[in-house]
Design a protein around this ligand. Structure first.
Ligand code: AMP
Ligand code: TRP
Length: 346
């Protein structure tokens, strides 16, 4: 595999409230990657409309996710912050990938099965095709690294399969046009840390999710200190004190989740947290977790509120990001058109 320039890409959907899982599994890690890599962070509004979105609410959510990126510490001067629909190359490459990806591959996608539920016949074609658009998001920039939560693992495997098949199917043309052995990198998923999968506060076996009907299941980035405190105090636990070793968290999903959240918020490991809190009762541990969560999330929520009050500023950040994103994607898609054999306008 030839060397590709290291580039990070990730996306977040502008649907529903951003929660602690989005923050710890994704956005907090996006911030950290900026020190080491060139990064693109995208508000994926084309993905959002795979299920019905009220138009005015969608507009609001696109700005709110952008505000969350900035409030969490993504620097729009250094990283490219933009929304997907402003860069036409995403949809364009998705069509070409629709003709590379196989029906059998998409039929195996578990997230589609979950989201479509029983009424599969009534799901949008976009919902089915969602992972192909995601591959196009990443590969339009030939991104090499993608930080995401664990729920996106299967989609990233599909991205790798699409890149591989494109590279194989078109290998002669790729060489002929001077791109060497492979046009697309085989993207590395970056999934990890103590909060790759943050669970519901009401049920440690269910993922924390924007779509859970109970607001007590999640901490939203815009929750105030009182709401954070109430939700942590009401979080489901078991009757035992905390163990002193991580092995003692097995089969205790709620304890494991709260310890993982504490670890991620304090940039420590589960082992570190248990070294300090092993033997503690949940009442004491939850008190410390409330203080930590309020200290870390409070300023982000406040900054988000300040930023969304100035939509003109947010829209300017998005426009600047879109222009910079397009400058990277456009030559890549032009090269793809040559490789496929289209006649380009010259
Ligand atoms: P979404 O809101 O579905 O666009 O997700 C945005 C990012 O947050 C993706 O990288 C997800 O993998 C991540 N994410 C969503 N829910 C969770 C969770 N409960 N725990 C960890 N990461 C999550
Ligand atoms: N599917 C991702 C999610 O729901 C969002 C997403 C869209 C994404 N395109 C992407 C993530 C490209 C990483 C890279 O969380």
């Amino acid at each position: 595999m030839p060397a590709f320039k290291e580039l990070v890409f990730s996306g977040v959907q502008p649907t529903g409230n951003l929660h602690l899982g989005n923050y710890l599994g994704a956005i907090k890690r996006f911030v950290a990657m900026q020190a080491q890599f060139e990064c693109l962070y995208c508000v994926v509004d084309l993905h959002a409309i795979t299920v019905w979105q009220d138009p005015a609410e969608l507009t609001r959510q696109i700005r709110e996710v952008t505000a969350a990126f900035l409030a969490a510490g993504i620097d729009p001067a250094r990283s490219v912050v933009f929304n997907q629909s402003q860069v036409p190359q995403h949809a364009e490459l998705a069509w070409i990938f629709n003709c590379v990806a196989r029906l059998g591959w998409l039929n195996r996608m578990t997230q589609f099965k979950e989201k479509a539920g029983k009424d599969r016949e009534n799901a949008s074609i976009g919902l089915y095709d969602y992972p192909v658009l995601m591959a196009a998001d990443i590969l339009a920039y030939r991104a090499t690294h993608v930080p995401v939560g664990e729920d996106q693992k299967q989609h990233l495997e599909l991205t790798r399969d699409i890149a591989q098949k494109f590279n194989n199917d078109f290998s002669a043309a790729i060489q002929q046009h001077g791109h060497g052995e492979a046009f697309f990198p085989i993207t590395e998923p970056l999934i990890g840390g103590p909060a790759a999968r943050v669970m519901s506060l009401r049920d440690g076996t269910k993922k924390m999710s924007k779509s859970d009907p109970s607001d007590y299941s999640r901490i939203n980035l815009t929750d105030d200190s009182d709401a954070i405190a109430q939700k942590v105090r009401k979080a489901k636990t078991d009757a035992e004190p905390l163990p002193s070793e991580t092995a003692g968290l097995e089969k205790r999903p709620e304890a494991d989740n709260l310890v993982g959240i504490f670890a991620a918020l304090s940039e420590a490991s589960r082992e570190d947290v248990l070294r300090e809190y092993g033997g503690a009762q949940f009442s004491a541990f939850k008190g410390a977790l409330v203080d930590l969560a309020v200290a870390k999330l409070g300023p982000i929520g406040a900054e988000m509120k300040r930023l969304v009050a100035d939509p003109g500023h947010i829209d300017a950040v998005l426009a600047d990001g879109a222009a910079r994103a397009e400058a990277i994607a456009a030559p890549n898609i032009a090269a793809v058109k040559d490789i496929v054999g289209f006649v380009r306008r010259r």
